[in-house]
Design a protein around this ligand. Sequence first.
Ligand code: GAF
Length: 394
Amino acid sequence: MKKRLIGQVTASFKERFAAEPGYIILSPGRINIIGEHVDYNDGFVLPAAINKYVAFAASQNTDGQINLYAKDLDESYSFNLNDTLQPVEQMWVNFFLGVLQQLKDRDFAMTGFNIVFSSTIPMGSGLSSSAAVECGFAYALNKMFSLKLTKQEIALIGQKSEHTFVGVNCGIMDQFASVFGKKNQVIKLDCNTLEYEYHKADFKEYALLLLDSKVKHTHLTSGYNDRRNEVEKGLAILKQHYPEVKTFRDLNEEQVTAVKDELGDVIYRRCLFVVREIQRVLDAVAALEANDFVKLGGLMFKTHDGLSKNYEVSCEELDFLVDAVREDENVIGARMMGGGFGGCSINLVKKEAVNGLIERVSKEYKEKYNITLKAYKVKVAKGTTLYKEEHAGI
Ligand code: GAF
């Protein structure tokens, strides 16, 4: 699949620009085992890059033009390097413009370039296709123009570009996972300090399975930014009561509950979720290290319930998908994954039961919602990489 994707962007690049691409870059989507909506709350997360990618074929040019071609959409966009950049209507273009603006702000020397890209990451499914585009593009520019950006800078540029040109105040998890992903390793990331460590993504007799509700979200129209505002308000109130507190990780459940009346029901429940979820990630890492997958799975179910009832970022279809596996003896953990309001659930399933489970849940889902479920058996893969480099001689 990876080879096919690369073959396709290469052929498309040659057809469009009558030359071999100088660079081929692969930038992966991500899963997250646990730690949802806590990256922007200074918590810990446990994501990993997966074997679904955005592939870029790229080369510098000499005429100062920037030519982008979205192969999957058959849409192109061209402009001059010296043009003033502003968000445009074609959303995919904004991922590129945002990154470029970040580099312009840093006064990096660049020339024009040509890019063709194509993706196997389903869009709007909570697998971070947008972060993969941002980071893959920043990575491509880094290589083409020898900008000497570190991996962390690439991730931060991706995040900032999402804030400024896409309008989603996302945390750092998606970009970090896409860039820092390692084969068969999950990343425990401290979103406050950006310190990270890898843990083996070996779930022994269990497989990771994603079930795509096919309910599409865009974080802009969803409540993502609203949630950020709510928890910010909550933290400000909590800090007045506990002056020693700097971030949510300094708080415990009892402290949050003691201020319940002042927080009000909604903000109280948001804050409660955050404090609990930060702790759950630490417990999950301990469970993973101890090969206690039943414990890990139990925490995933708890995360789902918190996201659904207290953080309110799930939706009926995702709740259905999680409930459909709750009592299944072959499934030890499941929850909605990513920003929410649609997208995928992530499931830990006995390897030999995966196909049967897909069949059963697909049937039930079709009956209930008349939607054809999609299932992805994902593997934990390497982060953004240069697949091929040939000096194009320009
Ligand atoms: C989205 C965001 F982009 C991430 O930063 C993160 O907040 C996630 O939702 C929820 O955990 O993917």
